[in-house]
Design a binder for this molecule. Structure first.
Ligand code: ATP
Ligand code: MG
Length: 458
């Protein structure tokens, strides 16, 4: 008992600046506007089963926010007072995931619902790093505590599909209606706990067309450097969310406005400051946004390949000028750029391999004689590499005619292909015997099968 009192007193001292736990306002359907049928069948079924089992269960977070804002949610999170083991006991098709903080994945038809137990507020025992970033927190808590731990007011809404009521702990519904992103608690303290919230603020504001509350916006510039302490794998996940939000162009613009792009993709700021680089990156992001909005597939490898391409070009050009041969120089440039990224952003091995495939095929588009073209179109990554070439032509880096040629060649009959081939002496490809006799500087000028950089690189 005494320990408990002492702990409460300590907690109080430590929690200054932590968001207050508030009682909820109960919002009826006439005000929140969500109809039960708008919620996915799987989410409804999961809540119902938990409630039948004697537990509380709500749809929570982004899905409720999006439904009120009139956007179809991309997935559903469920919050409950049942422990992971209790949840697991109720659903045959479910599994517990996560070690630090366990959640349960419940499968309903093709849907996977993420079910998490209400989490407790941070207290004096919460493990933090030297900058105040929360490292671990694992304790179950009340719904009020769970709400207070969430980042923005509009993310702390709990929808009960049975009663069709929204529990609103921090006036989130009003903020959605006012189109203002407001933080729960003191934004500075919340950014210190988790710097990724700065990125979330930008992403959500771009996605929902929100204005940042001045208190949310003001500290970002000063605190942007804290992003550097975020583990690389987490930052990579967050970057993927941002770039695949369907609003990547708007996100990147807002990141620049807030001074947040520096720490993210090292050198993204440099790239964006070069006219050709900016054009290329923006075209690629616009292309990704259009595909996402049309429900088409997108590949992280392709997108990262575009974001980093002008870095590769710059390094490649430098190497060639120093006398390295084209292809070895290309591979060295690719490794250099990816290694630099790895310090901050944990690009997974598989994605890195995709990126390299796309890059390394680019110089081969300049070879339009002999047997190479027929081999190139048989490559499994030809289509991705060709899409990449199209972007290069759209940004003015390569001639449009080149992408058209390859498109036609890929779809042509054997006879037509033969007729299309460029005579070897008019092709950009090097002659092996001649190359040996050329001087170093001569080599540097035209070396390899490359017009790729085309003098456009800075
Ligand atoms: P979207 O799914 O559209 O990307 P979201 O808000 O649902 O946006 P998720 O990452 O799915 O984002 O998170 C689900 C919920 O978890 C959020 O709505 C918020 O309540 C809470 N949450 C997520 N990240 C944080 C964070 N860094 N700090 C506090 N709460 C968070
Ligand atoms: Mg979500």
């Amino acid at each position: 008992m005494i320990r408990k009192i002492l702990r409460r007193a300590i907690t109080k001292v430590f929690l200054r600046g932590e968001p207050a736990r508030r009682k909820a306002e109960t919002i009826p359907a006439s005000r929140h506007g969500i109809r039960r049928e708008q919620v996915s069948a799987g989410a409804r079924r999961t809540c119902e089963a938990l409630q039948k089992g004697g537990f509380k269960a709500y749809v929570v977070g982004g899905a409720v926010r999006d439904l009120i804002a009139g956007i179809p949610p991309k997935d559903y999170d469920i919050a409950t007072d049942a422990t992971p083991d209790q949840v697991r006991g109720l659903f045959r098709r479910s599994r517990i995931i996560g070690r630090r903080f366990q959640i349960v994945h419940v499968m309903q038809g093709a849907e996977t619902l993420e079910v998490s137990t209400f989490r407790a507020a941070h207290d004096a025992d919460t493990l933090k790093d030297e900058h105040g970033r929360v490292l671990r927190d694992n304790v179950w808590g009340s719904i009020e505590e769970d709400a207070a731990r969430r980042d923005f007011t509009m993310n702390a809404l709990y929808y009960d599909p049975t009663e069709e009521l929204v529990l609103d702990f921090h006036r989130g519904v009003e903020d959605i209606q006012k189109k203002t992103l407001r933080m729960i608690g003191d934004p500075r303290a919340r950014y210190r706990e988790d710097p990724v919230r700065m990125l979330r603020a930008v992403r959500l504001s771009a996605k929902l067309g929100l204005r940042l509350d001045p208190k949310v916006q003001a500290p970002i510039r000063d605190m942007a450097d804290l992003i550097e302490n975020v583990p690389a794998a987490r930052l990579f996940d967050e970057m993927l969310k941002l770039l695949f939000s369907g609003h990547a162009v708007e996100c990147v613009k807002r990141l620049r406005d807030e001074g947040l792009h520096h720490g993210l993709l090292p050198m993204l700021d440099v790239i964006l400051e070069q006219p050709l680089g900016e054009k290329f990156v923006m075209l690629s992001l616009a292309n990704t946004d259009a595909r996402i909005r049309a429900d088409k597939s997108v590949s992280p490898g392709f997108l990262f390949a575009t974001l980093l391409w002008h870095e590769v070009l710059a390094s490649w050009e430098k190497r060639k000028q120093a006398g390295e041969l084209a292809m070895p120089a290309m591979f060295a440039a690719m490794d250099e750029v990816l290694d630099q990224q790895a310090e901050k952003l944990a690009i997974t091995k598989r994605i890195a391999a995709d990126i390299k495939d796309i890059w390394s095929l680019q110089p081969r588009f300049d070879k339009r004689s002999g047997r190479m073209p027929a081999r190139l179109v048989e490559q499994p990554r030809f289509r991705a590499a060709w899409d990449f070439l199209v972007l290069r032509t759209a940004s003015g880096e390569a001639p449009t005619e080149l992408a058209d040629w390859w498109d036609e060649f890929a779809h042509a009959s054997h006879e037509r292909r033969e007729a299309m081939l460029v005579p070897a002496d008019k092709d950009g490809a090097p002659k092996k015997r001649r190359r040996r006799s050329r001087s170093r500087s001569d080599k540097a000028e035209s070396n390899g099968e490359t017009k790729v950089s085309g003098g456009d690189t800075p």
